[in-house]
Design a protein around this ligand. Structure first.
Ligand code: ZN
Length: 456
C-alpha cells in the first residue's frame, strides 16, 4: 500500500496523538495523590496510608522515609525467621496540613516486632514553599522566642492532663519540653495555631498515648515570627477545649439517660442519627471500632464536634478473652490512635466487645469500662417500633442503653423512644455528662453498668 503525502501526515499525527495520550495517562497515574499499600503474609501485616503533597521534593523525601521504615521492619522480621506470639505488624500513616505557604506532613509508624507493645516513630516535615526550604522549630520563632514559649507549653500540657485525667510527672515534663531538636521534631502550623506533638514516653507514659497541644496565634504574638502568625484568626480557641460542650446544669432536675451506640461509625446511618438528635437536645456516646474510623472519618468528626462523646469499642471487635496481652494492647492502642487522628483527643472510655472484661484487660487498657443495663437487642429485633418499645419498657433514671448505629432501624427506634422519653422528663446525656451530673469519679477497677442516683 502506498500512502499519499496527506496520508503520511495523518498517520504521523495519529501516532503523535497516541504517544501523547499514553504519556498523559501515565503522568496522571503517577500523580495519584493517595498512597495506600497493604501487604499480608504468614509472618506480617503491613499497611501504609498517606497523601502526597504534590511537591516533588517533599514527596520524594516521604517516600524515602517510608521505604526505610519498611525495609527495617522486613529485615527484623526476616532475621527473626518465625512468628512470635502475635504476627508482626507495621502501620505507617501520614497526615498533611497546609497553612499559608507552609506544607506540613506528620508521619507516624507503629511497628510490632515482639515485646510488650508497639514501638512508634514520628517524623514531621515542615516546608516553606516561598523560600523552598524545610523549617525546623527554631526557624519559626523570633530570636529568644522559645524562652517565652516554654511556660505556655507547660500550661497547655497541664490543661490537657486535667481534661484527660492524666497524671503528669514533673521531671518527665521538664525533660520532655526543654529545647532540643529531638523534643521539638514534631510540630506543624494550621489555621488556628501551632501544634506540638509529644509522642508516647516524651512527657507521659506509654499508656497515656501521644499528647498533642495547640497554642492559638493570639498567644504567640512576639514569639512566632510575624510572617507565620494568622492575622485572620481572631479566635483564641485551643483545640484542647472540647467542642459542643453545653451547660449541664439545665438537666439537674431531670431524669438522665445515656444512649450508647456501638460498632460504628457509619457515614450514612450515623449521620441520620446526628440529624435527629437535635430535636431532643440529645447528646449520645459512640463506642467506635478503630477499623471503621478511616472510612467514616467525616461523620466521626461531626459527631464529636457536635458535643457527642467518642469512646472505643476496640479495633477489630474481637473477643478480648481470647487474645494475649500484646493483641489486647494493640486492639486498644490502635483504636485510640486512629480516633485521636480524626478528633484530636484520645478516648478515655472503653466498651469491650460483648461486654467481655476482666482485671487484666482493665489493667492493660487503662481506660474506664462502660457496659450497659438496658439491652435493646436491636440487632435481633430489626424493627424501629419494637426497638422503641423495648427502650421505653426498660428506661430508668441513670440507665445506659445499648444500641448500634450501623442499623437504620436502631437509629429510628432510638429517636422514636426519645420523643416519648422527653415527655417523661428525661434528658439525653453523654456518659461524661452523666458522670458529672451524678458527681461520680470514674476509676479503673469498676465496670459501670448505669449511674443510678446514690449508686456506685
Ligand atoms: Zn459491638
Amino acid at each position: 500500500m502506498k500512502l499519499t503525502k496527506i496520508g503520511k501526515i495523518v498517520v504521523s499525527l495519529v501516532f503523535v496523538a497516541v504517544v501523547l495520550g499514553i504519556i498523559l495517562i501515565w503522568r496522571s497515574r503517577s500523580n495519584i495523590r493517595s498512597i495506600h499499600k497493604m501487604e499480608s503474609n504468614e509472618f506480617y501485616d503491613l499497611k501504609i496510608d498517606y497523601d502526597k503533597t504534590g511537591i516533588g521534593k517533599i514527596d520524594d523525601r516521604i517516600a524515602d522515609i517510608v521505604r526505610e521504615r519498611q525495609d527495617n521492619f522486613i529485615a527484623i522480621v526476616e532475621k527473626s525467621g518465625s512468628v512470635a506470639t502475635s504476627k508482626y505488624n507495621l502501620v505507617i500513616n501520614g497526615t498533611n496540613v497546609s497553612y499559608k505557604n507552609i506544607k506540613s506532613v506528620h508521619i507516624i509508624s507503629y511497628a510490632y516486632t515482639g515485646g510488650a507493645h508497639y514501638t512508634r516513630e514520628d517524623i514531621s516535615l515542615v516546608y516553606d514553599e516561598k523560600d523552598n526550604k524545610y523549617l525546623n522549630f527554631l526557624d519559626i520563632l523570633v530570636a529568644d522566642g522559645f524562652n517565652s514559649l516554654l511556660p505556655i507549653i507547660k500550661k497547655s500540657l497541664l490543661e490537657y492532663s486535667n481534661l484527660n485525667n492524666i497524671v503528669l510527672n514533673e521531671e518527665w515534663v521538664n525533660d520532655g519540653t526543654k529545647y532540643s531538636d529531638e523534643n521539638y521534631q514534631n510540630f506543624y502550623l494550621d489555621e488556628n495555631g501551632l501544634v506540638i506533638v509529644f509522642p508516647p514516653y516524651q512527657v507521659a507514659s506509654w499508656a497515656d498515648g501521644e499528647i498533642k497541644i495547640e497554642i492559638s496565634y493570639d498567644k504567640l504574638k512576639g514569639i512566632l515570627k510575624e510572617e507565620y502568625l494568622n492575622n485572620d484568626s481572631n479566635t483564641s480557641i485551643d483545640t484542647i477545649i472540647k467542642p459542643g460542650s453545653r451547660d449541664i446544669l439545665q438537666f439537674k432536675d431531670k431524669k438522665l439517660i445515656a444512649f450508647t451506640f456501638d460498632d460504628g461509625p457509619n457515614n450514612s446511618t450515623t449521620s441520620r442519627l446526628l440529624d435527629g438528635l437535635d430535636d431532643y437536645n440529645a447528646k449520645v456516646t459512640f463506642f467506635v471500632l478503630g477499623s471503621r474510623v478511616n472510612n467514616n472519618k467525616e461523620v466521626l468528626k461531626r459527631a464529636y464536634e457536635e458535643g457527642n462523646q467518642i469512646g472505643s469499642h476496640t479495633y477489630n471487635h474481637l473477643n478480648l478473652f481470647l487474645l494475649n496481652d500484646e493483641e489486647i494492647l494493640s486492639e486498644v492502642n490502635d483504636t485510640n490512635a486512629v480516633v485521636e487522628d480524626v478528633i484530636g483527643i484520645r478516648p478515655t472510655l472503653l466498651r469491650p466487645p460483648y461486654g467481655n472484661v476482666n482485671d487484666n484487660i482493665k489493667l492493660l487498657s487503662n481506660m474506664h469500662i462502660i457496659n450497659w443495663d438496658v439491652d435493646t437487642e436491636d440487632w435481633k429485633l430489626k424493627n424501629r417500633y419494637l426497638i422503641r418499645d423495648k427502650i421505653l419498657e426498660d428506661a430508668h433514671d441513670g440507665a445506659i442503653v445499648l444500641l448500634h448505629d450501623i442499623y437504620r432501624e436502631s437509629v429510628e427506634g432510638a429517636l422514636l423512644a426519645m420523643a416519648e422519653l422527653e415527655k417523661q422528663n428525661y434528658a439525653f446525656v453523654t456518659i461524661e455528662e452523666m458522670v458529672q451530673l451524678r458527681g461520680v469519679t470514674l476509676d479503673y477497677d469498676t465496670t459501670y453498668y448505669n449511674f443510678i442516683k446514690g449508686g456506685n
